[in-house]
Unconditional design. Structure first.
Length: 265
């Protein structure tokens, strides 16, 4: 038997009533904490009528024709946002490009060399050593592209939420999914009872800046992040309406606060 343990039926019907799919949903004072040292607070407008499968199809079509060499400067630049990430990428790149143990790569020198490479990557007459670096980064970006395409095509084949690679798919959970879907971008987590809002982010107004945790991401991971950012699917969001994580939700001119959501006995 399905239950809605963390919201009243009345409020859910208010949120998913006729016409809701034709309008955006606004979340005020949403607090983002994932991968952050300091949380970010923002007012976010979500298009809940957007089709996830439609975005996957569009993204697969665009990705199929994308030249991965064009994203390399952005991939390196993403790593240079903090010292830990830049050192991790520099060690990986120089170790793999030149066939030496990563522990033998001096981080500070590698970072400087990689930054110089980034500044010169647009030159057509790169020296051989820098061509090796570029080739490694392009190879990893190609792997990232290929893996994303496999995932996108599988989603289009079996349907959104049914891809075996998806952590919350029924296939990964013995035939039972994680969520109960109510339509209009709303679903309930069956274990926690939290209401999730999903759709395309139309706008985000930051009320209070946050800061991200430094991560030692591999080149392929950085490439995947950059590729997703450039695709229509990169605008897809899933936000959790949990007490303490938002101030209010506005849809069709009606405002709901955390007090409007209560457990069902």
């Amino acid at each position: 038997m399905s239950v809605v343990p963390n919201a009243t039926i009345t409020v859910l019907h208010e949120l998913t009533g006729d016409g809701a799919s034709k309008q955006s949903l606004r979340i005020e004072g949403y607090v983002s904490t994932t991968d952050r040292i300091e949380p970010e607070t923002a007012d976010i407008l979500i298009d809940t009528a957007a089709s996830y499968e439609g975005l996957v199809g569009e993204s697969a079509e665009i990705l199929g024709t994308l030249d991965v060499s064009r994203i390399i400067p952005s991939v390196v630049a993403r790593a240079f946002r903090n010292e830990i990430a830049s050192e991790a990428l520099a060690r990986e790149v120089f170790a793999q490009a030149f066939g030496i143990p990563a522990k033998q790569v001096e981080p500070a020198t590698a970072v400087t060399d990689l930054q110089t490479f980034l500044n010169e990557v647009a030159e057509s007459d790169l020296p051989q050593d820098k061509r090796s670096v570029l080739q490694y980064l392009c190879d990893e970006a190609q792997k990232a592209k290929d893996e994303l395409l496999v995932s996108f095509n599988r989603t289009l084949e079996v349907g959104a939420g049914q891809n075996e690679a998806y952590t919350h798919s029924a296939a990964r959970r013995g035939g039972e999914g994680t969520y109960e879907h109510f339509g209009h971008g709303l679903k309930v987590h069956l274990e926690s009872g939290d209401i999730h809002v999903q759709g395309v982010e139309v706008s985000r107004v930051v009320v209070q800046d946050g800061s991200y945790k430094p991560k030692r991401s591999k080149a392929k991971t950085l490439a995947k992040d950059e590729l997703r950012r450039r695709l229509p699917l990169g605008k897809w969001r899933q936000l959790v309406l949990r007490r303490g994580k938002y101030q209010s939700v506005i849809i069709r001119g009606k405002q709901f606060t955390p007090d409007d959501f209560s457990p069902i006995e």
